[in-house]
Design a protein around this ligand. Structure first.
Ligand code: THU
Length: 275
């Protein structure tokens, strides 16, 4: 993973900060040994001291969603020199993530890289994973299915439809690109043998859903959300069958995607013959 990529992700994460008091938007992107990226941003509070920094939000999310092995963290803000993690974050990162590579960047493209132990030379406490006193039975708790899951997009859609209402009526005939993360290019091996593929994506611009509504394209009759293909769904997940026109390395050209520019792609799957 390139330093610039992780910084770019931290920079994007920053846009989801809640910082009305300091107006200092900070983003963090944590890279795991497995190659997943988990993001965080600073979330402030009117009682200022209750604010939680971007770095701690990222590591807490990562741990809760099952990640244990970390390589680097990128921290990004609009300040010069680039932001260094505060003392509290250094301490928390040390225990949960060990001697991370810490990449700091700002909007002026200044960057600085240090190890966590450079930043906190004599850290307090341990940095080895301590398992919880949970017995096997509670690990198989039947409510585990409700625990949040976190997906790491494998790519994104690129076209000129910047808003959902900019998708033209004749989208079936129009071309989009699907850009897959370069490090995942091997996963596309022999995809070009397919005429059609399914794109599984996250409709990041969709807001809200109804469980029962008039279904477009079905005579406006009322159907349950799980009984139709309505775009406003509880998890905003879409499955879109498109024609595969071309593949150049990690970039696919597809025809017929009704997905806005920047839609995160979660997976690609072939279409079963006869479908
Ligand atoms: N902040 C971070 O998110 N990370 C740091 O390492 C230092 C500070 C946030 C906390 C607060 O919302 C704002 O920056 C204060 O400037």
């Amino acid at each position: 993973m390139k330093v610039e990529k992780l910084l770019a992700t931290a920079s994007a994460a920053r846009m989801r900060a809640y910082a009305p008091y300091s107006k200092n938007l900070v983003g963090a992107a944590l890279l795991t040994e497995e190659g997943a990226i988990i993001t965080g941003a600073n979330i402030e509070n009117a009682s200022y001291g209750l604010t939680v920094c971007a770095e701690r939000n990222a590591i807490m999310t990562a741990v809760h969603t099952g990640h244990r092995n970390f390589k680097s963290i990128a921290v990004f803000a609009d300040c010069s020199p680039p932001p260094t993690p505060c003392g509290a974050c250094r301490q928390v990162l040390w225990e949960l993530a060990g001697n991370l590579e810490v990449i700091m960047g700002n909007l002026n493209k200044e960057t600085k890289i240090m190890s966590l132990l450079d930043l906190v030379p004599e850290p307090y406490g341990v940095n080895k994973w301590i398992d919880n006193p949970i017995d096997e039975k509670s690990l198989h708790n039947e409510e585990m299915w409700r625990v949040s899951v976190l997906f790491h997009p494998v790519g994104y859609v690129s076209n000129e439809y910047y808003e959902p209402d900019m998708i033209p009526k004749n989208y079936k005939e129009l071309l989009s690109q699907v850009v897959i993360a370069p490090e995942m290019e091997d996963g596309l091996y022999r995809l070009e043998e397919e005429e059609k593929i399914n794109i599984i994506s996250y409709l990041h611009r969709a807001k809200g859903y109804t469980l029962k509504d008039k279904a477009k394209g079905r005579g406006d009759e009322v159907y349950g959300v799980f009984a139709c293909r309505a775009p406003l769904r509880p998890n905003s997940i879409a499955q879109t069958t498109v024609e595969l026109v071309d593949r150049k390395k990690n970039i696919l050209t597809v025809r017929g995607a009704d997905l806005v520019n920047g839609t995160p792609v979660l997976d690609l799957k072939t279409v079963l013959p006869g479908r």
